[in-house]
Every structure is written in structure tokens, then in C-alpha cells.
Design a binder for this molecule. Sequence first.
Ligand SMILES: NC(=O)c1ccc[n+]([C@@H]2O[C@H](COP(=O)([O-])OP(=O)(O)OC[C@H]3O[C@@H](n4cnc5c(N)ncnc54)[C@H](O)[C@@H]3O)[C@@H](O)[C@H]2O)c1
Length: 246
Amino acid sequence: MKDLAKKRIVITGGANGIGKAMVAAFSAVGAHVSFCDIDATAGKALETATENARFSKVDLLKESAVRKWIDQAAAIDGKIDVLINNAAADPRIDFQSMTSLQWDTLFARNVRAYFLTAQQATEHFPKTGGAIINFSSITIHKSPAAMEAYVSTKAATIGFTQSLARELGAQKIRVNTLSPGWVMTERQLEQFVTPQVKKMLKKEQCIPQLIQPNEIANVALFLASDLSQAITGQEVLVDRGWSHAG
Ligand SMILES: NC(=O)c1ccc[n+]([C@@H]2O[C@H](COP(=O)([O-])OP(=O)(O)OC[C@H]3O[C@@H](n4cnc5c(N)ncnc54)[C@H](O)[C@@H]3O)[C@@H](O)[C@H]2O)c1
């Protein structure tokens, strides 16, 4: 990962969960990190605790704020080398009671924001190229109920990645999807990971050990670095084999 030192890495939703683990991981290899979040308290605390990390409070639902933030991040070193679209929401909403506003808002947060950051960042990649990583999810392979909107946004991410990889290939910009399995972030542990869920994962994953945020960050390091220079337009599923459960 030596090639990542001093590279400008832009991460959305970096204040908590997997995003927070990525801010730490990229900083640890000497990269320069710009990250945004709506959670200013957690974002500022992480900025203080992390070398070469800059936090900005940005709501990814607001187009002008997103474009301004990307331009500001690019202005620091005169470029952006890696964009990581990580921020998303995963509400459980009963299908019959879901409103069209809830549907549209989730698409704006989980898909339109990825388009906005990518479009704006594309103006700032160096001639030598770069990488974009879009986060999808194991859920597109498991089809859970009450997550129709979320799973649809995550399937859209796969299509966006594939088409964008073709679009930006001529500029040597690689675009890949990183799909985590069920990851033991603080929020997942607080809200959804019951003893029954842990038991199920340990049984259904090929390797029972529960997935930690830093393990997803390690794969993001690989997809951002030149070590993965032959990989573009792909979905990399990081689920300890859960998708193969019988
Ligand atoms: N944790 C898992 O088990 C899991 C599984 C599959 C996929 N994923 C995907 O991984 C990514 C990260 O998930 P996570 O579990 O770390 O999530 P998280 O909820 O722990 O963190 C997401 C961060 O994004 C921020 N955010 C949300 N909306 C925002 C907005 N409008 N503007 C700016 N920031 C915003 C939140 O404040 C939060 O800090 C997501 O794309 C998620 O869909 C996670």
C-alpha cells in the first residue's frame, strides 16, 4: 500500500462505522484524508484523533454543498486520487406503509449522492488516473424483507459502478463496488445484531468469525491502491462466504 502515501482520499460518511475505520486505515498508510458527515460531533472528534484527516460537515442530500466540498477537498493538493462513496442509510420500513417520499429520499442519499460526488471529483483526478469505490451490500444477495428501498439502492450502485467504469476507463480511473457482509459496527450492534443474528452468521458464514469494520477498510485499501490496478467495474463481496450459505 506504499503508493497510497500522500494520496488525497475523499470519504463520505467517515465519522462512524466502516467510514471511521477507513479514515483510520488510510491515515495509517500515510494518505491525506478528507471526510464528510452530518454527525459533526463524531466527525470533529475523529479529525482531532487522526493524523492528516480533515473533516467537513456536509449533508449529502444538498447538491451545492456536496459540489463545494469536493472542490475544497481537491484544492488542498490540487487533485483527488481516490473517492470512496460510503455514506448510506439502511432503514427497515414495512413495504405497505412506505411512502414515495421515503423511497425518493433514500435514493437521493444512497444513489444520487454517489453520482454527485463522482461527477464533481472526476474533474479533479490527475492524468495518471485514480480510483472510485462505491459501497453496496450483501443484502442484494440475500433479499431481506422490509428493506425493498435499501436493497434497490444497493442494486443501483452495482449498475452505476459498471457503467461508470466504462465511462472513466479512458481516464485510467478504476471504479469498483465494495459490498460488505454483516459488519459489527457500533450502530449495527446497538440496533440489529441480536444473539440470534450472531448465531445465524456464525452458522451461515463459511468462516464463523464476525466481520469487523477494519476488515472492510483493509479491502478498501486494496481497491484504492495500485495492487488492484487490473480490477475495474467489479463487485467485491466481503462477507466471509455468507452469500454461499445453503
Ligand atoms: N454495517 C454493515 O453491516 C453493512 C452491511 C452492508 C453494507 N453496508 C454499507 O456500508 C456503508 C457504511 O455502513 P455503516 O454500517 O458503516 O453505516 P453507519 O450508519 O455506521 O455510518 C454511516 C455514516 O454516514 C453518515 N451519513 C448518513 N447520511 C448522510 C448524509 N446525508 N450526509 C452525510 N453523511 C451521512 C452517518 O452520519 C454515518 O456517520 C453503507 O453504504 C452501508 O450501506 C454496511
